[in-house]
Structures are given as structure tokens and as C-alpha cells.
Write a protein that binds this ligand. Structure first.
Ligand code: J2J
Length: 551
């Protein structure tokens, strides 16, 4: 292997690496080596629950080591990348940790991704393997993965949870046993262990460009990410954490999520959907104490909940983030569901803000929290990059011990998204609240936040401009009670024909787009409002759309 996943990563300046280590943020341990430590410490306690399958810490460590050895046997090596596209299930946790254990870099591909996103990801990281469910929610992932191997020469292995239908696919369950004894295996794996400064995993950016950018997170920084998140969320050995959001997201994976819970010996309950009936049943059955949700999910839970019919008494804390939570909704959480609320304003690029567990309820309702690390640096700046007077809104810039200095193989995007001295431009417009917390007021970046899923306007516009009937196109988010924002396409047609929404959606389906990116509204214009420099004026466009909605 050529340590592929290492070239193209932007490291922190050496002096800061030393400082982060000296301050104890970076412990110099790899995430893979932790699994054995957890087993030593928490042994027979339950680590994972997935339906009827319960896995103790000792069994988890054994499974991880076994799969790790088998990945090495397949020829996967330190620095190879592996796309992980699994729904929330125990196999996700085992496979991801097994890869990490031997320096194979798992790339967090979400179940909603289709050919387009996967092809881009696999090509960008030169993925050597992909892990998928055979079929999930009536979609044939195995077939899609096998088709990918035709066009991607680096992609050598398709691992399948379920029955492999081709000799070119390998059943993951076949990798759950290995020759020899556990001790020899452990020794072999320790020898293969990567370094703590290496890339441990890759997350997807909620990107604003044509195709998503990738964030390479090191063992050092991601271990801190999960550990510190666990501290500020008050996790402990009695924590039972429910993950109902897609676990490949930074939020349920490491903020503190699955990793943060396992670190303290808690129990992780995996559920493949936040649908309230199943989620409430899981909370009741497993006596869940903590869970995380996006605002759209919390709203559904608030509506669905019936005291007396549902027992959520075990629930102590709901963490809400990913998109703006309306203060009115926030204020309903504790009275109605009987648990505390913690707002989380995080990003796969790094920085995570949490409201404090002892913040007053109005602060928890109105703010999105403060940086979790004393050495997170933040600036709030105007369009010229100058700091705004305290309390006024501006763009949030950040640096810190778990915020990498660039995208993985970011190329020209790094110069746009990071300042020359390494600040990440979040694209979020925030202001400092008198409590010291941040309030997210809006954003400068051109994306649609649909129930926490980020959709790049440019990615969709690029496609629209390729259609013969489109003269001009602009994609904007329109406010929506259910999912926060929906994707709206605004077009000026060239031919006078006005195709319907269904035709436009079919176009995106043909091109292999993930479903959540499909336009949900289309509006035709004789001309688009333009800014001074001739770009579509999206602010004005949103006003026009609101007026049409009312009319
Ligand atoms: C408003 N906007 C928010 C919030 C994120 C924890 C929680 C969320 C994410 C996440 C994450 C917001 N209010 N509370 O990675 O570890 C918007 C901002 C931000 C972008 C990042 C985590 N919480 N956002 O959502 O990488 O615009 O991470 O810059 O998917 O989501 O998106 P993403």
C-alpha cells in the first residue's frame, strides 16, 4: 500500500501538535487499540444492542480483532481506504473499528448515497473496498457496489452484510471467524497498528461545492473529539445511548455518540431509523438515557408522544443539532418529554459547541452552545475578515485541536475554505450571546439544510445547466415546518416548455443522486433577479418565492 490516505491530509503546525499533546488533548493512542482496553475494563458489560443481538465488550474486541485479521488477509493494508455504507447495525461498529485497528481508513458513506456520491468518494480516496448491506429498504446495495467496481480500478473488494450473490462479493459474516488463537491475533494486530497522528477515518463535509469534500480525522483528534464530547454531555458507565440518526454522521458517531459512549463503558443501542414508534419502543425496552436528534426528528417525537402510552422515563438527555432548532420547540422538550435538552452545533470539519448541562433553560433554548475545548479558537468576522464588535453577527472562523487545517486532497477548495493561517471558514453566521454561548443566525454558504442533511446548491445547479431546456437556474432552500428547508429549483427555460417536478426528479434519479437532494419544488421565472456582479440574487429570490407561496 502507498499510504494513500495520508498524502493529501493537511497537518497541524508541529508546535501546536506538541502543545495539544502536552495539554492532554492528544493522548497518542489509536482508536483501534482502545477496543482491547475497553474489553479489559468493561469486560462482560453490554457494549452494543442491535435488535435481539447483544454484544459484550469482550465479544466486541474479539469480533473486531477477527475481522481486522481477515481484512489484512484480503490484502487490505495500512493507508487503504474502505467505503462504509451501512445502516445502523452492529456490523457497522465492528467493521469500522476493525478497519481502524489496522490502519485501513473507513470512509463514512451514508446509506442514502447513490452511484453519483459513491463514485466521487471512491475515486477521490482511491477506495480499495466497500462494505454495504445486500439489500436494505428494498434497495439493492450489493448490485450498486458491484457496478462501481466496473468503473473504479482501485476498488477490489465488495463486502456484503447479507448473502453475497456474486463470486465478486464477500459475505461479512464469513469474516467473523479466524484461524489460530486470540492472543497471536492480538499480537499480529498490535504490530500492524498505525500511528496516532495518522488518519483514522474520513467524514463527509456538508459541502458547498459541486461534490462533497472529505475530512480526514486523525486518531489523536477524533479520540479527543469523542472523549471531550462525552465529558461535556455527562456520559458515564450507566449511559445507554440510542443512535437513531445515521451513524456515519459525525454527530451520532463521535459527538459523543457511539464512540463517546463506548469509551466510558456505556451501552449503545443501534436503531436504523428515528421513526417515533420504533424509537420510543427502543427507549422503553433498553431504558435509554441519552439520545441525539436533528430538530425535524425532535418535532416528530414531540407530536407523537402520548404520556401514559409511551414510557420515556429513563430518558435524561436529548441532544439536538445539525440544523437550527427553533427556541419555541426547544422550550417544549423538557416539559413534554421530561428530559433535559442540550443543543449541539457541530461540524464534520471539527469544532463542536454544546450548551452546558447547567445552563439556564432560556440559554439552552436560545443558544447553540460554546466550544467544547478551552483551546478551540474562534473569531466572528465581517466580509472583510475583520472581527465584528462583540455581540454583532458575523461569519464564524475556527481552529483547534480537533479541527484539521484543510480538506483531504482539498486542492483549490482549501484556499477558499481555510485562511492562509489555518482558520476554517464555517460559512455559518453567528453572534456571541451574553451568556458566552454562540447563536447561529444564518449562513453565508450556499447550501440547503434539509433536516440536517446538507445539499449543495451548486451541485444541483451544475446538473440543471446541463439540461437543454434550462437557460438559467438557481437552487435555494425554502422554509418548511417539517424538515426546516426544502430544495427549490428556480429556472428560466430556454425553450418555453415547462417540465414538471416529476420530470426534474427523474433526471436526478437517472444521474444516481441521493434521494434527499432531489428538488421538491420547481418555480419558473421570466428572468432571475441578479446581484451587482450578475449572479442570481438568492436573497431576493427567497422573498419572491415567499410571495408566490402566499399568493
Ligand atoms: C444550526 N445549524 C447547525 C445547530 C450544525 C454535531 C452536531 C451537528 C453536526 C453537523 C456535527 C447546528 N444549529 N445546532 O458534525 O458533530 C449546521 C451548520 C454547520 C453544519 C455542519 C456534530 N449544528 N449546524 O451537522 O458537518 O451550518 O455536522 O456548519 O453535517 O450544520 O454540518 P455537518
Amino acid at each position: 500500500g502507498g499510504h494513500m490516505a495520508r498524502d493529501g491530509q493537511v497537518p497541524w503546525p508541529p508546535s501546536l501538535m506538541a502543545e495539544y499533546t502536552a495539554k492532554g488533548y492528544w493522548r497518542g493512542v489509536t482508536l483501534g487499540s482502545l477496543v482491547g482496553e475497553w474489553a479489559d475494563r468493561y469486560g462482560p458489560r453490554t457494549a452494543l444492542v442491535d435488535g435481539d443481538r447483544r454484544i459484550a465488550y469482550t465479544e466486541l474486541a474479539a469480533l473486531v480483532d477477527t475481522v481486522a485479521v481477515n481484512l489484512v488477509d484480503l490484502g487490505l493494508r495500512d493507508g487503504d481506504a474502505m467505503l462504509v455504507q451501512l445502516q445502523n447495525c452492529w456490523e457497522f461498529v465492528v467493521t469500522t473499528l476493525a478497519a481502524i485497528r489496522v490502519g485501513v481508513v473507513p470512509v463514512m458513506a451514508l446509506p442514502t448515497y447513490r452511484e453519483r456520491e459513491l463514485t466521487h468518494l471512491a475515486a477521490h480516496v482511491e477506495a480499495a473496498a466497500i462494505v454495504v448491506p445486500a439489500v436494505w429498504r428494498r434497495f439493492d446495495y450489493q448490485d450498486m457496489a458491484l457496478r462501481l467496481t466496473d468503473s473504479l480500478p482501485h476498488l477490489r473488494h465488495v463486502l456484503v452484510v447479507g448473502d453475497p450473490v456474486s463470486s465478486r462479493a464477500i459475505g461479512l459474516h464469513g469474516l467473523l471467524s479466524a484461524e489460530g488463537d486470540a492472543q497471536t491475533r492480538g499480537k499480529l494486530l498490535d504490530d500492524l497498528a498505525p500511528r496516532a497522528t495518522d488518519v483514522a477515518l474520513m467524514l463527509m463535509s456538508g459541502g458547498t461545492t459541486g461534490l462533497p469534500k472529505m475530512i480526514a480525522r486523525t486518531h489523536n483528534d477524533y479520540e479527543y473529539n469523542a472523549r471531550r464530547s462525552g465529558e461535556v454531555s455527562g456520559l458515564g458507565p450507566e449511559t445507554v445511548y440510542l443512535t437513531a440518526l445515521p451513524v456515519g454522521h459525525n454527530f451520532p458517531l463521535g459527538s459523543p455518540g457511539v464512540l463517546g459512549t463506548l469509551m466510558v463503558g456505556g451501552r449503545v443501542v443501534l436503531l436504523p431509523s428515528p421513526e417515533p414508534r420504533a424509537a420510543f419502543a427502543a427507549i422503553e425496552r433498553e431504558r435509554v438515557t441519552v439520545t441525539s436528534a436533528v430538530p425535524a426528528v425532535v418535532q416528530r417525537w414531540l407530536e407523537y408522544y402520548e404520556p401514559g402510552r409511551h414510557d420515556l422515563s429513563s430518558l435524561e438527555l436529548i441532544q439536538v443539532g445539525g440544523a437550527r432548532l427553533a427556541p419555541e420547540v426547544a422550550l417544549r422538550v423538557t416539559p413534554r418529554l421530561g428530559c433535559r435538552l442540550q443543543q449541539v452545533f457541530g461540524m464534520a470539519e471539527g469544532l463542536i459547541n454544546y450548551t452546558g448541562l447547567d445552563d439556564p433553560s432560556d440559554v439552552v433554548a436560545e443558544t447553540q452552545g460554546r466550544p467544547m475545548c478551552p483551546d478551540d479558537e474562534i473569531r466572528i468576522v465581517d466580509d472583510d475578515g475583520a472581527d465584528v464588535p462583540e455581540g454583532l453577527p458575523g461569519e464564524l472562523l475556527t481552529r483547534g485541536p480537533y479541527t484539521p487545517r484543510g480538506y483531504f486532497r482539498g486542492g483549490v477548495h482549501n484556499a477558499q475554505s481555510f485562511t492562509p493561517d489555518g482558520w476554517y471558514r464555517t460559512g455559518d453566521v453567528v453572534r456571541l450571546h451574553p451568556s458566552g454561548n454562540l447563536v447561529v443566525e444564518g449562513r453565508k454558504k450556499d447550501l440547503i439544510n434539509r433536516a440536517g442533511e446538507k445539499v449543495s446548491a451548486q451541485e444541483l445547479e451544475d446538473v440543471l445547466y446541463g439540461l437543454p431546456w434550462v437557460a438559467r437556474a438557481a437552487v435555494v432552500g425554502v422554509p418548511d415546518d417539517e424538515v426546516g428547508e426544502r430544495v427549490c429549483v428556480c429556472v428560466v427555460t430556454s425553450s418555453g416548455t415547462e417540465p414538471g417536478l416529476a420530470e426534474v426528479r427523474a433526471e436526478f434519479a437517472d444521474r444516481g443522486f441521493a434521494l434527499y437532494k432531489f428538488p421538491e419544488r420547481i418555480e419558473f421565472f421570466d428572468e432571475l433577479p441578479l446581484t451587482d456582479i450578475g449572479k442570481p440574487d438568492k436573497k431576493r429570490l427567497r422573498v419572491l418565492l415567499a410571495e408566490r407561496q402566499k399568493a
